[in-house]
Design a protein around this ligand. Structure first.
Ligand SMILES: C[S@@+](CC[C@H](N)C(=O)[O-])C[C@H]1O[C@@H](n2cnc3c(N)ncnc32)[C@H](O)[C@@H]1O
Length: 280
C-alpha cells in the first residue's frame, strides 16, 4: 500500500495557507485525499458510474484506460470538472465560449454534452498552453474554434460562457507540491483582481437570456464568493441554482448561497467552486 499523500507534503504547506484554510473550517488533511479519475462514454462501460453524470465512469486505480469498453487514449480527468459544464447546460443551438480553456478538459466535456454539434470557441491567453489545447481539439476531433488572446479582448457575444478562471489552485490536491511552491497571499490577491476583471468582461459579452458559469479550483473566499459578490454589485447579474447532484456545501457568504463549494472529502475529487450566473 502507498503512503498517504500528506506524508509527502507535510512541512511543505505554507503556514499562511494553513491559517487561511482554518478560517473557512478546513485543515491541511485535505491534502491527504486521493482523487478519482473518470472517462466519458455514451455506451455502457463495465465500471462504476459517476453519480452526478450518467455517461461518466470512474476508472479503477492504476487503470490507464485499458478497461473493457474504454478505448485506449480516452480523455481521462477528475470528474469534478463535469460540474461547471453541467451547470452551464449547453445546447447545440448555442454559441458557447470557453474563455480560459487550456489544456481543454472542459472544452472536451462541453463538446461531449452537445454531441460535438454546438458552436464552441475555446480561448486561452497562453500561447504555450494553447498548443496543448489545439492538440486535444485535433486528437478528439472536436468541432471547436481555438483562439489565443486575453478573454478581455473578446468582444463577440455568446449565449453561454464558461469562465474557468486562473486561480491559486488550492483544491488540486494531487498537484500539491507544485502548488505550495507558487502559493503566496500576494498571489491570491493579484489573482482576485484578475478574476474580477475577467468575470465582469465575460458578463458584458453575454447575450440577454444567457448563462455564465464561473469556476475555480481553489478554496479562497477572495477568489470565489468575493468575485461573485463584486459582479452582483457592479452589474444586474443574478445567481441561479445549480442542479447537479454532487455532495457539496453552499457558498459561504449571505449572497452566494446558490454557489457550490466542493471539497475533496465530499466526493474524492479535487476541490472546486462553481457559480451559475444569469443575464435577463
Ligand atoms: C484553470 S486553467 C483552465 C483549465 C481549463 N478550463 C481546463 O478545463 O482544461 C486557467 C487558464 O486561464 C488562462 N488565462 C489566464 N489569464 C487569462 C486571460 N486573461 N484570458 C484568457 N485566459 C487566461 C491560463 O493560461 C490557464 O490556462
Amino acid at each position: 500500500m502507498g503512503l498517504p499523500v500528506l506524508s509527502c507534503v507535510i512541512g511543505m504547506i505554507p503556514e499562511k495557507l494553513i491559517e487561511r484554510l482554518k478560517r473557512i473550517g478546513l485543515d491541511e488533511t485535505i491534502y491527504d485525499s486521493r482523487t478519482k479519475k473518470c472517462v466519458l462514454s455514451r455506451e455502457h462501460v463495465d465500471l462504476e458510474k459517476v453519480p452526478w453524470y450518467e455517461h461518466a465512469y470512474f476508472l479503477e486505480e492504476n487503470n490507464d484506460g485499458n478497461t473493457k469498453g474504454v478505448s485506449k487514449g480516452s480523455f481521462i480527468f477528475d470528474p469534478v470538472s463535469i460540474v461547471p459544464c453541467l451547470a452551464l447546460a449547453p445546447k447545440k443551438e448555442d454559441r458557447i465560449l470557453d474563455m480560459c480553456a487550456a489544456p481543454g478538459t472542459k472544452t472536451f466535456i462541453l463538446s461531449f454534452l452537445t454531441n460535438n454539434e454546438a458552436k464552441i470557441v475555446a480561448n486561452d491567453i497562453s500561447r504555450q498552453r494553447v498548443k496543448r489545447l489545439r492538440f486535444n481539439v485535433e486528437k478528439f476531433h472536436l468541432s471547436v474554434d481555438v483562439w489565443n488572446k486575453s478573454g478581455r479582448k473578446i468582444y463577440e457575444k455568446f449565449d453561454r460562457i464558461l469562465l474557468d478562471a486562473p486561480c491559486s489552485g488550492e483544491g488540486m490536491v494531487n498537484k500539491s507540491e507544485k502548488l505550495f511552491k507558487h502559493w503566496s497571499e500576494k498571489r491570491v490577491k493579484d489573482l482576485a483582481k484578475k478574476q474580477k476583471r475577467l468575470v465582469k468582461h465575460a458578463y458584458s459579452i453575454l447575450n440577454p437570456g444567457g448563462t455564465l458559469v464561473y469556476s475555480t479550483c481553489t478554496f479562497e473566499r477572495e477568489e470565489n464568493e468575493k468575485v461573485i459578490e463584486f459582479l452582483l454589485e457592479k452589474t444586474d447579474a443574478k445567481l441561479d441554482d445549480i442542479n447537479v447532484k454532487i455532495n457539496h456545501i453552499p457558498g459561504i457568504t449571505d449572497s452566494t448561497k446558490q454557489c457550490m463549494r466542493i471539497y475533496p472529502e465530499h466526493n474524492q475529487t479535487g476541490g472546486f467552486f462553481v457559480a451559475k450566473i444569469m443575464k435577463f
